[in-house]
Write a protein that binds this ligand. Structure first.
Ligand SMILES: Cc1cc2nc3c(=O)[nH]c(=O)nc-3n(C[C@H](O)[C@H](O)[C@H](O)COP(=O)(O)OP(=O)(O)OC[C@H]3O[C@@H](n4cnc5c(N)ncnc54)[C@H](O)[C@@H]3O)c2cc1C
Length: 290
């Protein structure tokens, strides 16, 4: 939570400094519950009524009219007005554009590997060529496991496969607020004139190849929940691996190699925690300065 809040503040500052064009908005997030028991438990755990407003089904429909059709099936909802949304791909592009303004910045594309230099440091190769580096920050998602293997360290990471649909729709029918259908574990987020729907956790998946049955089931659920934004048959589909740790806490830390830091294992919250993790890495780098 602290990492997410620090990141939110940092992102706020970066936006003020000119980082733009990644469809950032602050529409708030509404989590709707169909099951009365789960809703009651969630409502009882609210600690700050200003940051989390407990709503009746009718109030849920008022907060997000695009989901008004669901109201009769709901037990209630919890609305967090401070929640933000943005397009993570456009965010990465905006960051890259900003970094490219610096003459010191260089983007090297290729396949990276790590090896032990036997002197307490690691060596970085890209496409087979050794790069002289002061510091390496390993942030290769689930593949970080393979990258650490030659160093003899096993990273406690496992992949949770998830799916998403993206549809282009008439902005008039799209929700403004991000909505989580808690019982079905589906998230609906508007990105400009598109709606992104993300869901599902396949534990133990070996790769990110999409399972057509899972996609069909997600399309069916979206069609039932928010038919106006469909049809979903022609939605852009995607599957990806969330790189998770057993405790759910990401590994943003130093290693036994003096020039190697880890920034991995953010699970289902990689975008949410990215800016906070970047600040932690910055602090670690500053501590390491001679
Ligand atoms: C369906 C779905 C929905 C999600 N929704 C959200 C959300 O709403 N909010 C949120 O915060 N998070 C969300 N996530 C989680 C988020 O996507 C991940 O936490 C995040 O992508 C992890 O970032 P990462 O950089 O650690 O790993 P990755 O995104 O996997 O990136 C790793 C990068 O390293 C590169 N790489 C790997 N090996 C090498 C190598 N040997 N050499 C060079 N490069 C290499 C890869 O090409 C890749 O570009 C979602 C995930 C899924 C699957």
């Amino acid at each position: 939570m602290a990492l997410a809040l620090q990141g939110q503040q940092a992102l706020n500052q970066w936006r003020q400094d000119g980082l733009a064009d990644f469809l950032w908005r602050k529409p708030g997030k509404l989590v709707v519950y169909r099951n009365a028991h789960k809703f009651s438990k969630a409502a009882q755990s609210v600690s700050s009524p200003q940051q989390e407003q407990v709503l009746t089904p009718v109030e849920c429909a008022q907060v997000e009219p695009a989901f008004a059709g669901l109201a009769p099936t709901l037990a209630g909802g919890i609305f967090s007005p401070d929640d933000e949304v943005a397009d993570c791909y456009l965010f990465c592009q905006a960051l890259l554009k900003s970094l490219q303004k610096s003459r010191e910045f260089q983007l090297v594309k290729g396949d990276a590997t790590l090896e032990d230099d036997q002197g307490g440091r690691c060596r970085l190769r890209i496409n087979g060529t050794v790069w002289q580096t002061d510091l390496v920050v390993l942030a290769a998602g689930l593949a970080s496991r393979e990258l650490m293997q030659p160093l003899g360290q096993r990273l406690p990471l496992y992949g949770l496969k998830g799916y998403s649909l993206t549809v282009q729709a008439d902005p008039a029918v799209l929700p403004d607020v991000s909505v989580t259908d808690y019982d079905n574990r589906v998230v609906y987020a508007r990105l400009g004139d598109r709606l992104r729907i993300a869901a599902m956790v396949d534990i133990g998946a070996l790769n990110a190849s999409p399972d057509p049955r899972r996609l069909a089931s997600l399309k069916h659920l979206a069609e039932e929940t928010l038919p106006a934004a469909g049809p979903y048959a022609s939605a852009t589909t995607w599957a990806g691996m969330r790189p998770a740790t057993p405790t759910g806490v990401p590994l943003v830390e130093r290693t036994q190699w003096r020039n190697l830091l880890l920034n991995v294992g953010h699970g289902a919250l990689g975008f949410t925690l990215s800016c906070g993790s970047a600040l932690t890495i910055r602090d670690l780098v500053e501590e390491m300065q001679p």
